[in-house]
Design a protein around this ligand. Structure first.
Ligand code: NDP
Ligand code: 8X3
Length: 253
């Protein structure tokens, strides 16, 4: 594939970090964003001989910071070919009547508002150049609800439908949009979800073979390297150890 400029949000860990490694090792130009700058510097220092990397600290919940970041991008990084809206999180696993409203707002601000900010700011340039690919990080949670998923599931349902609706708006252009929907995967995701309780997170993966960051990075790389007339609309990925439950039935004692 031609050398591309790839912007990845949430590149400091998990899927984002692995995607940065994959695109950098293939020699693409990278813009890496997250709140933990030292992790981005680590990527920069490891791959600076292979790829041009611009990185900066950014909170995707802050529209003004994103606007400033965009206006200050160095010339050679201005034309984004692939925008990976990956930054996101789940917080809590409580049922809706017990969940924290602050956790809910943080998920909406990050997974929904952060993603639409980047899309709205970078899409016009893509349309002008009639070139580009938006990769949104959805989840199986956007299709299959589960107890305690409530707002997290809803944010990922938004991401799925927003991605499909973008395709409708972009008909007639060469711009591609893909919603990537992974299932059970081992990253920092569960430690974050359980508010730093690493033992609880470890238990979730015990006895399973989850997807890894590099599994998803390989798939995203494949999607972006397809001929430009092909669009993968949605791709749902689970490890073999995961499948569907029957619908739940509550019976009276
Ligand atoms: P990680 O926790 O390992 O990575 C999340 C990334 O998002 C980090 O780089 C983090 O960076 C960044 N991030 C979170 N909040 C913000 C913010 N406000 N501003 C900027 N960056 C932010 O989890 P994953 O790699 O698993 O998650 C990546 C995406 O994949 C998420 O959207 C998640 O919902 C989705 N997903 C995860 C699955 C899983 O089971 N792991 C399955 C399906 C989808 P920092 O903290 O440095 O800011
Ligand atoms: C993460 C997958 O099933 O833990 O998006 O919600 S799940």
């Amino acid at each position: 594939m031609d050398r591309k400029t790839v912007l990845i949000t949430g590149a400091s860990s998990g899927f984002g970090y692995a995607m940065a490694e994959k695109f950098a090792s293939e020699g693409h130009n990278l813009i890496l964003l997250a709140r933990r700058l030292h992790k981005l510097k680590e990527l920069h220092d490891k791959y600076k001989g292979k790829a041009k990397i611009f990185y900066t600290q950014l909170d995707v919940r802050n529209l003004n910071s994103i606007e400033n970041f965009k206006s200050e991008l160095p010339d050679k990084f201005e034309e984004i070919d692939v925008l990976v809206n990956n930054a996101g999180l789940a917080l809590g696993i409580e049922k809706a009547h017990e969940a924290s409203i602050d956790d809910w707002l943080a998920m909406i601000d990050t997974n929904v508002k952060g993603l639409i900010y980047f899309t709205r700011l970078f899409l016009p340039d893509m349309v002008k150049r009639n070139r580009g690919h938006i990769i949104n990080m959805g989840s199986i949670a956007g299709t299959y609800p589960y107890p305690g998923g409530n707002v997290y599931c809803a944010t990922k349902a938004f991401v799925k439908q927003f991605s499909l609706a973008l395709r409708a708006d972009l008909l007639g252009t060469n711009i591609r949009v893909t919603n990537v929907e992974p299932g059970h995967s081992e990253t920092e995701f569960s430690v974050v979800r359980f508010h730093g309780d690493a033992t609880k997170a470890e238990n979730l993966y015990k006895g399973t073979k989850p997807l890894s960051g590099s599994d998803i990075a390989e798939i995203v790389y494949f999607i972006t390297s397809l001929p430009e007339y092909i669009n993968i609309n949605r791709i749902e990925i689970m490890p073999v150890c995961q499948a569907f439950s029957p619908l739940a039935l509550h019976r009276k004692e």
